[in-house]
Design a protein around this ligand. Sequence first.
Ligand code: GDP
Length: 298
Amino acid sequence: TERLKAGLAKTRSKLGKQLAGLFGGGKIDEDLYEELETVLLTADMGVDATMHLLGDVRERVSLKGLKDASELKGALKDSLLELIGPLEVPLSVEGKQPFVIMMAGVNGAGKTTSIGKLAKYYQSQGKKVMLAAGDTFRAAAREQLIAWGERNNVTVIAQQGGDAAAVCFDAIQAAKARGIDVVLADTAGRLPTQLHLMEEIKKVKRVIQKAIPDGPHEVMLVLDANTGQNAVTQVKAFDDALGLTGLILSKLDGSAKGGVIAAIAKQRPVPLRFVGVGESIDDLRPFSARDYVDALFD
Ligand code: GDP
């Protein structure tokens, strides 16, 4: 929680200060609800989640007969926890060998960094990890992954040129032969509006299915927390195209927009598996809704 708190420092200082002002004193009245609405929207929770939370808080207030503004905090924490709680679904990589995780996201979202962090995370649990350098558009991405693999003793399957689907196919075959537990398949960054690239990533998924019939076992979208409301658009578009099973929200440490988690929970609740709270290899945390809410308010 301490680390998550540190990671949320920006969202917290912004949202926290504004909320503290609201809960300061006085009576619960319409003016207070209006201020609360503004604060939630400013924290990038989006209109849908904000309206939902306001309605839910009002209900709690009337049910419990709360009168004092200071009592609003508990009601809001409960509402927020209920809203984002369903996003907390830990990812289990047990029961499949190899367990294949396919990564997707826009350029710069934090995909490659997150793959490194995940590799470390699973290695430290005693898993044998392999990387598939499926970002075949940028030579630098391949080199980055290979260099990272060498430093950390993780096998990287890569091809000069070639296509992403073929790299992933080869990696899964190699992983089967070598008794690998977890395959992390990188893909090139793309925008949901680049339709030919969205077709290309659908093909990567289809080819993975040819290599391992019940795979990919996880289709994971990496989102930059600074994207704010646009993150929801990305979730919807990638989910429609690929059928997402999980999310990573990166760069939560540098973002004042952590409220976007509420927007995702309301508008397209794909499990939030991990949050990135820094650039170093250990800065990845399984998402905890309770820790997140506590970090925001306390
Ligand atoms: P990709 O294009 O999606 O593969 O993005 P990268 O993994 O290359 O990351 C882009 C930049 O974001 C790099 O400078 C990373 O160090 C940085 N980054 C990634 N995740 C985090 C995070 O959780 N916190 C911070 N502060 N920076 C991050």
